[in-house]
Design a protein around this ligand. Structure first.
Ligand SMILES: C[S@@+](CC[C@H](N)C(=O)[O-])C[C@H]1O[C@@H](n2cnc3c(N)ncnc32)[C@H](O)[C@@H]1O
Length: 241
């Protein structure tokens, strides 16, 4: 293990197991060995995985030298693309609770990237550390209260004026697509079904973000929403430490 620029413990090449919170779906950890193949297969119907990842990258408005956090980074494919976009003076951190996902991610590691095993509710970085934070297909894995904690925690680690980009499921408008999507939601589970019943924009606003961009993709089955973090007030950005 090594110390990162922020002074926190980084995984390096060894990913320790970590005690997971009650809500955590161990399935996420179990499917790590096949996750990249699964994502590539599903996204092949919509232009491929690179295109999928590009949606988030384009929304993030990345610049060289930025510090970027990918929350629930999974196998790190998006981190690797962000690392290219911010260049060698930038810094990209991926956090996830799955040691198996992170082991896969380690293979994609570049010089300006690091992965850490961490709970998204307790991001191991100081207030205002990051310029950009993204979370893709992560929020639907969590119960509502955890989701809100994670959004508030992201607001904490973003610098004032920093940007969050969330990509996740949306309820499609077309009836036939909706039917297939509902079947998929049965596979995804209760937290995903709860996620699509709620308004992501509202969740982000009540976590302290000014929503500044929104778009839908993949026949309206996924949605990307970006928001900007406001000034840090006394007691934290959201009135909490
Ligand atoms: C569906 S995967 C998405 C991975 C990746 N972001 C992507 O777009 O492919 C969801 C990930 O969220 C992680 N996760 C779920 N709850 C978490 C939490 N509380 N803290 C950190 N990671 C979490 C899981 O381990 C899993 O890797």
């Amino acid at each position: 293990m090594t110390l990162t620029m922020s002074g926190y413990i980084s995984c390096g090449n060894t990913i320790p197991n970590m005690r997971k919170p009650k809500h955590y779906r161990e399935d996420c950890n179990r499917i790590a060995f096949i996750y990249d193949i699964l994502v590539r297969f599903i996204s092949s119907f919509f232009g491929g995985e690179q295109e999928l990842r590009r949606i988030t990258i384009d929304e993030m408005e990345l610049n060289p030298d930025q510090k970027v956090l990918d929350v629930c980074c999974g196998t790190g494919t998006l981190c690797a693309m962000i690392a290219e976009a911010v260049g060698s003076c930038g810094e990209v951190i991926g956090i996830d609770l799955s040691e198996n996902m992170l082991k896969k991610a380690e293979r994609k590691r570049k010089e300006n990237m690091d992965f850490e095993i961490a709970n998204a509710e307790e991001i191991p970085y100081p207030d205002g550390y990051f310029d950009r934070v993204c979370i893709t297909f992560g929020l639907h894995e969590m119960p509502y209260s955890v989701r809100m904690n994670v959004l508030r925690e992201i607001a904490r680690v973003l610098t004032a004026g920093g940007r969050i980009t969330v990509l996740d499921y949306a309820r499609p408008k077309n009836a036939l697509v909706g039917l297939l999507f509902n079947v998929w939601m049965l596979v995804e589970g209760a937290t995903a079904r709860d996620f699509i019943r709620r308004d992501l924009v509202l969740m982000m606003r009540s976590s302290g973000f000014d929503v500044c961009g929104e778009s839908v993709h993949w026949m309206n089955t996924i949605r990307v929403v970006s928001g900007v973090a406001g000034e840090i007030r006394e007691g934290g950005r959201n009135g909490r430490k």
